[in-house]
Design a protein around this ligand. Structure first.
Ligand code: HEC
Length: 168
C-alpha cells in the first residue's frame, strides 16, 4: 500500500479503495481523508437510494410493497358501487368514462392507461394497483397519488371497481 502514500491528490478517486489504508499510515491527513471517504461513500449511498426510490416509484414490473398487500375490502356490490362513484369523481377526466384511457382532460402528451385491458405495466395485483392510486404513476407523475385526497378504503373500492370492468 505504501506506494500510494505520496500520490498526488488527483489520483485519490482512482485509488479511493485505498484511502482507509492511507489514513492509518498517515495520521495527520487521515482525518481529512476519512472525512472525504465518508462523504464519497455517503453520496454513493444517496445516489443508490435515489435510483431505488425512482425505480420503485416508476414501478416497472410492479412494486414489492404492493405485491405483499392483501385487499382488505371484499369485492361486494356495495364496494364496487362506491368505487365506481369515486372513479367518476377522481379518475374519469383522465382515464375516461369507460376507463379505456381516453379521458377528455388528460395532461398534454400523457397517455392514461386503459384500465379494462390485461396490460398492467406497473403490476397487476390489487395491492400494486392500490399503490399506484396512493403514490401516483412515476416517473413523470402525470398521474399524482391520491394519498390525502381519498380514504384508503375508497382506493380499495376503486380497485374492486376496476376489477369488475375488466374485459373478459
Ligand atoms: C391527471 C390524469 C390522471 C388521473 C386523474 C388519474 N390517472 Fe391514472 N394514469 C394516468 C396516466 C397518464 C397513466 C399512465 C402513466 C404512464 O404509463 O406513463 C396512468 C396510469 C394508471 C394506472 C397504471 C395502469 C397500468 O397499466 O399499470 C392505473 C392503475 C391508474 N392510472 C388508475 C387510476 C385511477 C383508479 C385513478 C383515479 C383514482 C387515476 N388513475 C387517476 C393519468 C391519470
Amino acid at each position: 500500500m505504501s506506494e500510494f502514500v505520496n500520490e498526488p491528490v488527483r489520483s485519490r478517486t482512482k485509488h479511493s479503495t485505498f484511502i482507509i489504508n492511507l489514513s492509518i499510515s498517515n495520521e495527520e491527513t487521515g482525518y481529512m481523508r476519512r472525512a472525504s471517504n465518508a462523504a464519497m461513500v455517503g453520496s454513493v449511498l444517496a445516489f443508490v437510494a435515489l435510483v431505488a426510490v425512482s425505480l420503485s416509484a416508476q414501478g416497472n414490473g410492479g412494486s414489492a410493497e404492493g405485491r405483499k398487500m392483501k385487499n382488505p375490502v371484499a369485492s361486494s356490490a356495495a364496494s364496487i358501487t362506491a368505487g365506481k362513484a369515486a372513479y367518476q369523481k377522481y379518475c374519469r377526466f383522465c382515464h375516461g368514462a369507460e376507463a379505456l384511457g381516453d379521458g377528455p382532460s388528460a395532461p398534454k402528451d400523457s397517455h392514461p392507461s386503459d384500465l379494462t385491458d390485461k396490460v398492467w405495466t406497473r403490476g397487476s395485483t390489487d395491492g400494486e394497483i392500490f399503490v399506484i392510486l396512493r403514490d401516483g404513476a412515476g416517473p413523470k407523475f402525470d398521474m399524482k397519488g391520491f394519498k390525502g385526497r381519498m380514504a384508503d378504503t375508497d382506493m380499495w373500492n376503486v380497485v374492486n371497481f376496476i376489477r369488475s370492468i375488466a374485459k373478459k
